[in-house]
Design a protein around this ligand. Structure first.
Ligand SMILES: Cc1cc2nc3c(=O)[nH]c(=O)nc-3n(C[C@H](O)[C@H](O)[C@H](O)COP(=O)(O)O)c2cc1C
Length: 214
């Protein structure tokens, strides 16, 4: 693809004005309203978010994960505790999240410390998943090289055979992480790139908010 073609890409953004004074003092309350609006607008996979981590050498990496819970404690996703992201988080227990809802001209950024959810919380979510997803979570050595796709299918078949029809227990290598936010930014696209940005920071336990230049 040519540079010119890329230069021509890009939208004019427009949305209702976003002002710090009109936002809820609690960014989680505001975020939940934004997520409900994204769901109501029937956006595809509105809970997909980019998760950025940093490894032991300070090298960043990013990938998509799905937001599965959000409350006053933070933003939860589920994954393999032996994956590359898990190794990064063991070295540096901080993460950043980005959600982009293009049709609504909205972006959300979250930053904060990482903690594991409790085993009981992971059990509850694992138990809610389809059996095929449970088998995959048990069998897949996420982030490790595989010689062939067949090798992965064999791993899944062997886990399936071992358990028969019985309920599948959550493996110790799989569970949730919570990003405990100390920064949340809501971005609303506006014409001529004069976008609205509302930043929340948690300082001494209290949320303060301000407006940032686009
Ligand atoms: C739409 C979408 C949703 C995904 N959701 C998850 C998820 O919730 N958990 C997860 O571990 N990987 C998820 N993945 C896969 C990750 O992007 C990534 O490939 C995987 O977690 C391995 O990342 P790592 O090697 O950096 O640890 C998703 C990928 C896509 C495209």
């Amino acid at each position: 693809m040519s540079k010119d073609a890329l230069w021509r890409l890009g939208n004019q953004y427009v949305g209702a004005p976003l002002d710090p004074q009109d936002c809820d003092p609690d960014p989680i309350v505001e975020f939940r309203a934004w997520m409900l609006a994204a769901v109501a607008a029937q956006l595809p996979t509105p809970n997909a978010m980019t998760l950025a981590t940093v490894d032991e050498h300070g090298r960043p990496a990013a990938r998509i994960v799905l937001l599965k819970e959000v409350d006053e404690r933070g933003f939860v996703f589920y994954t393999n505790y032996e994956s590359r992201k898990a190794r990064d988080l063991a070295a540096h227990p901080y993460a950043a999240l980005v959600l982009f809802w293009e049709p609504m001209h909205r972006q959300v950024r979250v930053e904060g410390a990482i903690e594991r959810v409790t085993p009981e919380e992971s059990d509850a979510y694992f138990g809610s998943r389809a059996r095929g997803s449970q088998l995959g979570a048990i069998a897949s050595p996420q982030s490790r090289p595989l010689p062939t796709r067949r090798a992965l299918e064999d791993l899944v078949a062997s886990v399936s055979r071992a358990h028969g029809d019985s309920a599948l227990p959550r493996p110790a290598h799989w569970g949730g992480y919570r990003v405990v936010p100390d920064m949340v930014e809501l971005w609303q696209g506006q014409p001529s790139r004069l976008h609205d940005r509302v930043r929340y920071r948690r300082i001494d336990g209290a949320w303060i908010r301000d407006r940032l230049a686009p």
